[in-house]
Write a protein that binds this ligand. Structure first.
Ligand code: NAI
Ligand code: MG
Length: 367
């Protein structure tokens, strides 16, 4: 049976970069290399324009029924005035919640050809290939109580609560260890056990999961603050980093800057594996937003979107070899000096979105 993919291009440059993934999928189907059945839906501002919601129930149902969801980007100034609960981001949040996507995977790869655009020196980042696994549905962003209390006299008290239960830590740890086995076989767990109870439990559970099922993987623990320092001082010491929602948010943005360009970074959000079908819900999207400043001009860099499709091949469809080919094609295109404007040398005119997509397809065909 063909693999079912739901494409949600979204707003701004989303449809432009998704078009390049579609080009690749059509070619893979035509060659008989893979068999994908794609369907397209609305999310974000475009969904609001059509239906006055950020995503319809029908589209959420399609996302649940699909083997994987590919999302472009949502949002833009046009929808700044819309009500909070139907703003474009609400579509993304609903998908994460309804599909229970608890594991956010953010690879930070520094292609040698782009090492000079990193915030760090070339020798520190060249060839960097790390994976940050962030817990996405728990922790301080969702814990109760969460409130601002008026204390009178112009004073207020704000409360956010960090909550983690054993099962939440067990499942994210398992994702990290499974990934490490397919990569550099090392996991670094980051928390603040010295000052946080949730850090203490995090450390205890990760240590137990490791001892029970993953003794072949190397496990290290670092306090999240010094981990952040190490990420900038010597990032190549890491393979997989696993951490909570808040620390993961911050650490993955730091890691993004090590690689040099927003238009290059893919991500995956994974849910639990269904005991009956063995399948897991998953959503793949570039880290960047809808880039309203360049939308509609054919200037967007499609590489993050294409790399996100590569992650789908690897983690949803067990097509690791094809994912390798796509990653190699991207590296080759960069080695040849083909650049969109965002990664071109200052003053140089970049190629268009479709020229970049064609160049990647040509490399895939040659590999
Ligand atoms: P952004 O990522 O859209 O853009 C930041 C800068 O990077 C812009 O100068 C943009 O032109 C450039 N850029 C981003 N992706 C690029 C690509 N593929 N190729 C070339 N250049 C690229 O972030 P910004 O400007 O903060 O947000 C714009 C809109 O996107 C907002 O409405 C925001 O809410 C939304 N957004 C959506 C996200 C999502 O859908 N997951 C994530 C982040 C922002
Ligand atoms: Mg962030």
């Amino acid at each position: 049976a063909p693999h079912k993919l739901l494409l949600l291009p979204g707003d701004g440059i989303g449809p432009e970069v998704m078009g390049e993934v579609k080009r690749l999928i059509d070619w893979l189907n035509a060659q008989g290399i893979a068999s994908f059945e794609t369907e397209t839906g609305l999310v974000g501002g475009c969904a609001y324009d059509a239906d006055k919601v950020a995503i319809t129930d029908a589209t959420v149902a399609k996302a649940k029924a699909a083997d994987a969801v590919l999302l472009g980007a949502v949002g833009g100034p046009k929808w700044d005035p819309v009500p909070f609960d139907v703003r474009p981001e609400a579509g993304l949040l609903r998908l994460r919640k309804d599909l229970e996507l608890f594991a956010n995977l953010r690879p930070a790869i520094c292609y040698p050809a782009l090492a000079d655009s990193s915030s760090l020196k070339r020798e520190i980042v060249e060839g960097l290939d790390i994976m940050i696994v962030r817990e996405l549905t728990g922790g301080v962003y969702f814990g109760e109580p969460k409130e601002i209390t008026d204390l009178g006299g112009g004073k207020k008290r704000a409360v956010d609560t960090q909550v983690y239960e054993t099962y939440e830590i067990e499942r994210i740890a398992a994702v990290a260890f499974d990934l490490a086995r397919k990569r550099g076989n090392k996991v670094t767990s980051m928390e603040k056990r010295n000052v946080m109870k949730s850090g203490l439990l995090w450390n205890e559970v990760v240590t137990r999961v490791h001892a029970e099922k993953y003794k072949d993987v190397k496990l290290e623990h670092q306090l999240a603050d010094s981990g952040g320092m190490q990420l900038v001082r010597n990032p190549k010491q890491f393979d997989v980093i696993v951490t909570d929602n808040l620390f993961g948010d911050v650490l993955s943005d730091i890691a993004a800057m090590l690689t040099g360009s927003l238009g290059m970074l893919p991500s995956a959000s994974l849910g639990a594996t269904d005991a009956k079908t063995g399948k897991r819900k998953a959503l793949y999207e570039p880290v960047h937003g809808s880039a309203p400043d360049i939308a509609g001009k054919g200037l967007a860099n499609p590489l993050a979107m294409l790399a996100s499709f590569g992650m789908a091949l690897r983690y949803s469809f067990d097509m690791g070899a094809l994912a390798d080919t796509i990653e190699k094609a991207i590296a080759n295109v960069l080695e040849k000096g083909i650049r969109t404007g965002d990664i071109a040398a200052a003053g140089a005119k970049g190629v268009s979105t479709s020229q970049m997509g064609e160049a990647v397809l040509k490399e895939v065909q040659a590999l």
